[in-house]
Design a protein around this ligand. Structure first.
Ligand code: TA6
Length: 291
């Protein structure tokens, strides 16, 4: 675990030369570079690396709440807590060969119980293999009473120019529009393109979503299990200006496409464990939809 700037971090590498960096703070992936050392995740140039502020970029973990969909602080508190290395990640199978893995854990503290009266163990396995970054979150209810929670992996993807990006896989789905008091709408029948602020929770999404960055000739493929919803967020210029930790022009080179469980919070009986699974991979320009 490296401690360069007061932020203990783990650096994952794999034989083809890609790498990922994970902070114990927030259990947050803050970098994922491909074998050509290109950074694939967005990190705001004005991100505030100072607890308890959440770092704006990489893959923040939103738990036990998403956004302001509840009474807790925005996106819950997991992203502004210090996690630790998880030495008893027993129940997960050993990682596939040629991948580099770190297992993190966040346990509820007395302090947390004051804001959210549930004791839990939140685990996150992050594994890097050639062209792929896999996150496996698990939540165990360590109470003797049931509780429910929302969960999201907020994937800040780095794109060359948001106006040249297309998202495939969310066509014709219903979504809750955060810009319209979470009213429910239905998506049109073709790929989503971007010309303004977007902040939507797509419901019952398919297992695979493609984010096509036309200019960079790169496609991100997001595959997920156990998280039925997907959030798509770009603040565009006005909202970006209002965010102190986001450079004014930054909205042009980012798009959040998150794996999430929001519309139907996950319910856990005592000692039950929920497991999610997200795989982000990149495909070169020859990608054609429907693959
Ligand atoms: O996408 C949901 C959302 O709550 C947006 O409304 C916007 O606030 C965004 O998340 C950013 O939240 P953050 O707390 O990371 O600034």
């Amino acid at each position: 675990v490296h401690d360069a700037d007061g932020f203990p971090r783990i650096i994952l590498t794999e034989p083809t030369g890609s790498s990922a960096e994970v902070l114990l703070y927030g259990g947050q992936v803050v970098s994922w570079k491909n074998e050509r050392r290109e950074e694939l995740l967005f990190m705001s140039r004005k991100a505030i690396w100072k607890p308890p502020k959440a770092i704006r970029g990489g893959i923040p973990v939103c738990f036990p709440q998403f956004g302001n969909f509840g009474s807790l602080e925005q996106h819950g508190f997991a992203r502004n807590r210090f996690w630790s290395l998880d030495n008893d990640h027993s129940p997960l199978p050993p990682a596939k060969n040629q991948s580099s893995v770190v297992d993190l854990i966040l346990k509820s503290t007395e302090e947390d119980l004051k804001t959210w009266p549930q004791s839990f163990e939140l685990r996150l396995r992050i594994s890097l293999s050639a062209g792929k970054l896999t996150l496996i979150p698990r939540v165990r209810n360590t109470n003797n009473k049931a509780f429910s929670f929302m969960f999201a992996l907020r994937n800040y993807l780095s794109v060359s120019d948001i106006s040249e990006v297309r998202v495939e896989g969310l066509e014709t789905l219903d979504y809750l529009d955060n810009l319209m008091h979470r009213e429910r709408y239905t998506e049109q029948a073709d790929a989503i393109t971007f010309d303004g602020e977007i902040d939507r929770v797509y419901l019952s999404t398919p297992k695979k979503i493609a984010i096509i960055d036309h200019e960079k000739k790169r496609t991100f493929v997001l595959r997920k299990e156990g998280m039925p919803d997907a959030v798509v967020w770009n603040p565009w210029n006005k909202k970006a200006k209002a965010l102190p930790d986001m450079g004014d022009g930054d909205y042009n080179t980012m798009l959040c496409v998150d794996s999430a469980a929001i519309e139907t919070p996950i319910v856990l009986k005592p000692y039950q464990e929920w497991k999610g699974h997200q795989e982000l991979s990149t495909v070169s320009s020859s990608y054609c939809s429907g693959q």
